[in-house]
Design a protein around this ligand. Sequence first.
Ligand code: 5GP
Length: 178
Amino acid sequence: MDGSSLRTLFSEEKIQKRIREMGTQIDADYPGGTLHLVCILKGACFFMADLARSIERDVVVDFMGISSYGRGKTTSGAVKLTKDLDTAIEGADVLLVEDIVDTGVTITYLVNVLEQRKPKSIRIATLLDKPSRRLRPVKVAYVGFEIPDEFVVGYGLDYAERYRNLRDVCVLQGPQVA
Ligand code: 5GP
């Protein structure tokens, strides 16, 4: 209707299979104890829900809100905290759960904020990674899929708050995202 179209990049089955593998890897990598999952709202909440259930050890689940792209497709470069954690992370093994790492600006900012709270460790898990777009060097411990420089929606990812409930990850093409 608005001239946009969706092309499936990763099907629901492929996403779920990959998340199960990531959960197994995470369980194997941490020596023991509780893992503190920090979900970056809003896009990562679908991924977080499935990843948490793919991990067998005890997890704590918490959320951070940040200002994001708004209605457009390009980042402003500015990151603002809109919701802080409810729980303390001092001495905790923290796994930051992101939907997509693009320029790396957002995740770098969040890691800096959380490091000041003296966690035992901080690692990053992202469903999608666009390494070709990086402006900041970011060490991502767990990557679901690397993708090229295309704008994707679905499985939590939005365009102007739409498409989050798609079960697949799709490339959005059309006049409004050109
Ligand atoms: P970064 O700070 O790494 O440039 O951007 C990270 C954030 O940008 C993601 O959490 C996501 O909100 C948004 N973003 C980056 N690329 C895409 C994309 O292809 N699709 C959507 N929907 N959001 C994206």
